[in-house]
Structures are given as C-alpha cells and as structure tokens.
Design a protein around this ligand. Structure first.
Ligand code: CP
Length: 302
C-alpha cells in the first residue's frame, strides 16, 4: 500500500520530524543516485515556479527522471479527459505523481484512484503540505526548535493554503498564533475551531503596525488573486499590508520573516537585505525537503 502526501495531517509528529531529519541529510549531500530508474510525474494544472522546479530539481539531483506538464492547456484535460483517467494514464508511466490542482479535494480524489503515490503540490485554497514541511524545516533551522514559538501570520488567511497547513502542523509543537488579516481575508472558522480544540492560544487583529514585535516568526502571505470570485473585492484588499524595513526596528533579535512566495507588494524590497529576511533561503530549503518527501512516498526512507 503506497502512502500519498495529501494533507499535512496525513503525517504524525514523528513522521514530520523524520522528514526534517532526512532533509538535513539531503542538504549535506543533495546529489545521489537513489532514484536511479525512477520516473516522477509533475502535473501542474495551476502555475508554479518554486514548487514544480524544486520537486523536479530534487528528482534530477537524485538520479531520477521527470515527465509531466506545467500548463494544463497542453494536456488532454482540455479535450475533456477526467482527472480519474489522467491519473490512471500517468500512473502507467510514473512511479509517483506530484500534482497541483485548482480544486480543493482534487489531490485526495487522485490519491484514492491512483495506484502510485500522489504528492499534493497545492489544491485550491485547501492544503500545501510540502510547503509546510519546508516552512517547518526553515523554522527549525533558524530557531533551533519548533517548540513554544510565537508565529504571526499576515495577509490572506482565508485563501492561503500554506497558512492552513502550517497551523495544523505547528499544533504538534505548542505554538502561540497571532493572525493579522482584514475582515474579508480572516482565517476561516474551521481553523479557529481547530486551534480552540487543540488548546492553542491565538489573537486576531486587522492591523499590522508593530503587532509582531513579540513574534519569533513573521509569516507574510500574498493576497491570492486567483481565488477571488469578485475582482473588485480583490482590488480593495490587494495592498492591505506592506512590510517595510523600518517596521522591524523593535522586533525580536531572533525574528525571521518567512513567505511562501511569490510576493507581490506585501514585503518591500528594502527588507531583503535585513538579516531577518529568510524567504529566499526558505525557498532553497524546499529542494532538500522535497528530496525527503519523494524518497518517503517511494518507500526509500522511513
Ligand atoms: N510557494 C509556492 O507554492 O510557490 P509556487 O506557486 O511558485 O510554486
């Protein structure tokens, strides 16, 4: 029985920690031949830069091969082929499938019909578990621990799938959350209920200002233009927060600024040179974490 990665809740705390430990090994030696003869398919029904290219780099550096598409318009889905049939076809050619899809639940459905493991590379506004594992790896590397941290999440908490996965993953590590969003992009009720059920303290605010001064991690997010049904509403909130360098003066010395990227206007470029900016290293960490994820779903590591 293969083990897909659809939701971060598919992994226990121990499995999460094992992935992070493996990622550390891959970072020390990312070029190996452990995937020799393996074929991985990357099916991207939505645009991507980091997720697709880091998964593909991960596979190539481990000696495996890549097939797939980066634009669904070049696949037979435009002729009306169902996701069921696409997954069945690709599983005839590949040992595992990395898939991004605009529909929430598409990855779970794919995992149910697929004879090979599915890795969810983002399904609508739902989940982005490989991003979460690289976020955790970045937090661990910069803070030396995942335990007892204050994490301030800012921006599009409604549609931001990386936020949803990260809240669930951090629930293993006794966090305190500060959620900062305009009313239109407030964290959905199900995640507030989740925090309450787990006994996780959290606050909510509409204002960024210096509200993150007691935080260890400042997790900025992009307003997810592609999820809005009403573009006028998007225009109203698209520039709601911009983090500038002079806003960081009173932040904690250990603060690191994370962002899943791409950014639009939510982090000013004058932050990039601040030693607290970590988002580009965070994206690089994705390579090692995804080497660990691919190895795990193929059963090559525990
Ligand atoms: N963080 C992330 O998912 O980036 P891409 O959309 O470029 O893959």
């Amino acid at each position: 029985m293969h083990k897909s990665l659809v939701s971060i809740t598919d992994y226990s705390k121990q499995e999460i920690l094992s992935i992070l430990e493996s990622a550390r090994d891959f970072e020390a030696n990312p070029n190996r031949k452990t995937l020799d003869g393996k074929v991985i398919a990357t099916l991207f029904f939505e645009p991507s830069t980091r997720t697709r290219l880091s998964f593909e780099t991960a596979v190539v550096r481990l000696g495996g091969s890549i097939i797939g598409f980066s634009d669904a318009a070049t696949s037979s889905s435009v002729k009306g082929e169902t996701l069921n049939d696409t997954i069945h076809m690709v599983s005839c050619y590949a040992d595992a499938i990395v898939m991004r899809h605009p529909l929430e639940g598409a990855a779970r459905y794919a995992a149910e019909v697929s004879p090979v493991p599915i890795v969810n590379a983002g399904d609508g506004a739902n989940q982005h578990p490989s991003q979460t594992l690289l976020d955790l790896y970045s937090i661990l590397k910069t803070q030396g621990t995942l335990e007892n941290l204050t994490i301030c999440m800012v921006g599009d908490l409604k549609y931001g799938r990386t936020v949803h996965s990260l809240i669930q993953a951090m629930s293993h590590f006794n966090p305190t959350f500060k959620f900062i969003a305009p009313d239109e992009l407030r964290l959905p009720e199900e995640y507030r209920v989740f925090c309450r059920q787990k006994g996780i303290p959290f606050t909510e605010s509409r204002e960024l200002n210096d509200n993150f001064n007691d935080a260890d991690i400042l997790y900025m997010t992009r307003v997810q233009k592609e999820r809005f049904l009403d573009q006028i509403e998007y225009e109203r909130v698209k520039n709601v927060y911009t983090l500038c360098n002079d806003m960081l003066a009173a932040s904690k010395s250990n603060l690191k600024i994370l962002h899943p990227l791409p950014r639009v206007n939510e982090i000013s470029m004058d932050v990039d040179k601040n030693e607290k900016a970590y988002y580009f290293q965070q994206a690089q960490n994705g390579l090692y974490v995804r080497q660990a994820i691919v190895s795990k779903v193929l059963g090559l590591i525990e």
